[in-house]
Structure formats: C-alpha cells, structure tokens
Design a protein around this ligand. Sequence first.
Ligand code: HEC
Ligand SMILES: [Cu+2]
Length: 319
Amino acid sequence: MKLAEFTTAASDYAAHVDALFALLSVISAVVVVVIAGLISFFMIRYHKGSRAPRGETPERSSREIEIGWTAATFFTFLFLFWWAASDQLAALATPKDALEIHVVAKQWMWRIQHPSGAREIDELHVPAHTNVRLIMTSQDVIHDLYLPALRLKQDILPDRYTYLSFNAIRTGVFHLTCAEFCGTDHSVMAGRLVVMTPEDYSRWNAAQPEGDDLAHQGETLFRSLGCSGCHTPGSTVHAPDLGGIYGSAVQLADGRTITADEAYLRDCILLPDKNRVAGFPPLMPNFSGFVSPGQVISLVAYIKSLSRQSADPGPGASP
Ligand code: HEC
Ligand SMILES: [Cu+2]
C-alpha cells in the first residue's frame, strides 16, 4: 500500500480523523520530551561521584500542584474522549437520501451491487459529493472492509447487515482491502475504490441495461421463488401485504413492535422464527439455504420499492 493512501484525506470525516491523530501525536511527543528530559537531567545530576546534595529529602508537598495536575490530565483525556466519540457517532449516523450500495464479502472477493443493478467484483465505484451508504454482509466468515483514504473500517458478518456511510470529496482511485484475517488468501482480498464525479457515475451506470435494477431483479425472484403465491391479495394463504411495509412499525406475535428495516426484512426471509407477525398463521417458510445473499438483497430492494410506490403513487405504481 502506498503511503499516499494515508496522507490523502478523501472525505471530511478523514480530515477529522487526521486532526485527532495529529493532536494525539503532539500530546505523545510532549510527554516523551518531558519524561526523556527529566530522565537525562537526573542521570547527569545524580551520576556516581557528582556533588549534588543527597541528604534527607525535605518534607515538601503541595496540594495545589497535586490537584492541578490530576485535574489537567483528567480533563485532557475527557476532552479527547469527547472529540473521538463525537466524530465516531457522526460517522455512524445514517445520512439522508443516501445512495445505497450492497457489498457481499466472501473468501476471497468483494461483490458489489448498485441500485441500478450494476454489479462489480473487487471494485467499488462511487460518486463524489454524495452520501453513500454501504449495506454489507458476508457469505462465509467474518471480513472487514477497510478504506484507508476514507479512514473507515467496518467488520462484515455472516447472517447480519453492517453499514458504512461516507461522502467522498476527492475523485481518484484508492485502496480497498480486507482488514480481518479470513483465511489463506486474505492478503489478496483487495480491490479499488473509484471515486468519480456524479456525472461520470451516472454515465457509468447507464451502461447497465434498462429494467435490470435490483428491485426488478427482486420482483422476478419474488415470483419465481413463490413469494407472490402467498403475498398477494386474494391468495388462499393469509399472509401480510408487503406494500408499504418498509419503514413501518410491525406488531409481532410475541408482543414486540419492530421497525421494518433492511435487517428485519432479511430476517423475515432467512430467520422467520425470529419475528413472527401478529395476526397471521406462522407459515412464512425459511428460505435460508435456498437464496444467496445477493438474491436476498434483490428481494429486500423489491420490498422496499413497494413502499416507495405506495408512498408516492405515480404512473406505473404497482396494483
Ligand atoms: C407459504 C406462504 C408464504 C410464502 C411462500 C412466503 N411467505 Fe412471507 N409470510 C407468510 C406469512 C403467513 C407471513 C406472516 C406470518 C409469519 O411471520 O410467519 C409472512 C411474513 C413475511 C414478511 C413479514 C411481513 C410483515 O408484515 O412484517 C416478509 C417480509 C415476507 N413474508 C417476505 C416473503 C418473501 C420475500 C418470500 C419469498 C422469498 C415469502 N415471504 C414467501 C407466508 C409466506
Ligand atoms: Cu476477508
């Protein structure tokens, strides 16, 4: 990895991390200089044979100094904690209107799916000056996506979604790598982060055939896997209507109420026993082992698109 990766700050967040790092370096340098200076001073002053006074140590103590220096270090560390924590929390917040890109990690590659349906392997194309949200999962073991130029790192776990949000401000090609030892070829589980101008990004996406976006792929699967057989008004099975479900509050059979986010929808497909919906027979089949992580992503994208249509019924809204 070239050193440039660590000196280029490709996002505002990266600049914040660098500022914190610089402050920590300065504090460490001051501590090193003071301690090394005192050690040298005492070594020279009290070396064997020196004439420095070595009598009884005088009874001397100062409450002010004692309290002062304890308070100073305490507040310095409190301030550092506050600074680091507020940066971190800001990075964890879910940005509004983010471009959602799916990442599936597996031994030993990165599979990326864009909302347009465009797919890529070991390359992540993103537009600059745009809120991007990565929705990530693993197909096997724990991986970790590391984007040094953005100062971001996030574990990726099987059977669970983790997220990374960023807004890149610098176009260019940067490193993307796995930061969790994940087996023999871990060291080559690397790729490129390509930050393009928003115009270039839409042009890059336009190469994708029309109607092949994630939601449409999900719709096709929804029919071929038989989901539509139950989840259609008028079916013989009493199953919930999925239109408008994304983002809504769902009442569960065990009394809990849960917000239907991506993780909930994924769990409905792969772990239906976890969240049975109140008022329906527990007939939702378990699809784990029958659908790949990529297919789950498409299905969830399709269910999400149903909500967008019902919130904003326009021409072409589904019945
Ligand atoms: C055999 C009929 C049947 C099939 C096939 C089926 N489901 Fe379901 N599904 C249900 C029933 C019944 C429920 C509600 C009770 C429960 O949770 O088990 C449900 C619940 C759900 C929920 C939660 C809905 C809510 O209101 O919170 C989602 C999401 C879902 N199914 C998606 C799917 C997807 C995607 C497929 C296809 C991969 C699918 N279902 C296939 C019967 C079915
Ligand atoms: Cu890995």
